[in-house]
Design a protein around this ligand. Structure first.
Ligand code: AHG
Ligand code: MN
Ligand code: MN
Length: 339
């Protein structure tokens, strides 16, 4: 049996591979690992809500019971304050950025963006949820106060990205731009242990993942592409948490789509803390990620913190097929006589 390698051990070992690394990113990743364990503990208790108290009430210890996404948000912020390496946070749960002041963080070089709980509607029914994070380096003068504009970097500028899936087991998957590794939480020792080394997404797979209930609200070329997926006998899977849906695709291959709808003309998912980190991970595993304008997600300009985006992400050959399909279909409808 191979020796167990914990997340902390792995992160430190990887740091030594970067000759000029100073350990800041290492501390940050470890902080996120700690937050993930705390969130995991609470997610596992979610089924006991009727015993421990529902949101808005007090629990048996007299503490206020919070919504789990608010709880996850607070824990991530608390943990990131620890090392003093994170200057500011952008979160799905906060309209504005959160500054992390303090002597240690004064010259902190990093900015962290996250979706503390992804797929939160799944919580009440005991279905998988996740956490997504992306780490950016601060640009400009480190003595100046961070502003929201500092977060408006393209996804290509991410120095690290990861997700945690609270599923049948809890797994943390992350990349610092040199491949993707997965660590499964061993509850008996309370450690994330390396379980999936150098993850590579299959070239193709049998799954497509889209909210097919919105079919009539998608653009016609997307509807035709979904018909094509069905004609190809791809299996439809949709959990309602992009972390869970993309995690399946990372291992079994497939394509995840969240196109524009009438309700969400720009798409629903957020670029900064959903699409960009997940796209970096998928690309690092050999996959592809584009929006419905067929532009690479990681090249997209960011104009506001909570900017939405469409997304098509997954196995490289399947994303290529989708792009080719949409291009051909659009050409036919633009010049019907020529084809
Ligand atoms: P969140 O719980 O962070 O708001 O994210 C949910 C997101 C995403 O993870 C999922 O794929 C999608 O919303 C589901 O949306 P629909 O219910 O519109 O399909
Ligand atoms: Mn989300
Ligand atoms: Mn969320």
């Amino acid at each position: 049996m191979d020796r167990i390698i914990t997340l902390d051990e792995f992160i430190i070992k990887r740091q030594r591979d970067f000759p000029y690394a100073t350990g800041e990113l290492t501390s940050l990743l470890r902080d996120i690992g700690v937050a993930a364990k705390i969130i995991n503990r609470e997610v596992n208790k979610a089924g006991l809500v009727n015993i421990l108290g529902v949101e808005g009430s007090s629990n048996v210890s007299g503490d206020d019971v919070q919504k789990l996404d608010i709880y996850a948000n607070e824990k991530l912020i608390e943990c990131l304050k620890n090392s003093g390496e994170c200057a500011a946070i952008a979160s799905e749960e906060d309209q504005d950025i959160v500054l992390l002041p303090g002597i240690e963080s004064k010259e902190a070089k990093y900015l962290v963006a996250f979706d503390p709980l992804d797929g939160s509607s799944n919580i009440d029914v005991n279905v998988s949820v996740g956490t997504i994070f992306g780490i950016y380096r601060r640009q400009g003068d480190l003595n100046e106060e961070v502003t929201a504009d500092d977060f408006l970097q393209k996804g290509d500028a991410l120095v690290a990205a990861g997700y945690v899936l609270y599923g049948t087991s809890t797994i943390l998957v992350y990349t610092t731009g040199r491949g993707v590794n997965g660590f499964t939480l061993d509850p008996s020792i309370g450690e994330f242990c390396l379980s999936h080394r150098d993850i590579k997404i299959p070239e193709r797979g049998n799954y497509y993942s889209v909210n097919q209930g919105y079919y009539l609200k998608f653009d016609v070329e997307m509807r035709r592409y979904i018909d094509y997926c069905s004609d190809m006998n791809y299996r439809l899977r949709y959990i309602g948490s992009m972390v869970s849906d993309i995690h399946r695709i990372m291992f079994q291959g497939g394509i995840f789509l969240y196109p524009n709808t009438r309700k969400f003309p720009q798409g629903k998912l957020r670029l900064l803390y959903e699409c960009n980190p997940m796209s970096m991970i998928v690309e690092q595993a050999g996959g592809k990620s584009v929006n419905c304008q067929l532009q690479r997600i990681l090249d997209t300009e960011l104009h506001e913190l909570h900017q939405r985006s469409t997304i098509a992400v997954g196995s490289p050959a399947m994303v290529d097929d989708m792009v080719e399909f949409v291009q051909k279909y659009s050409a036919i409808t633009a010049h019907p006589g020529k084809n």
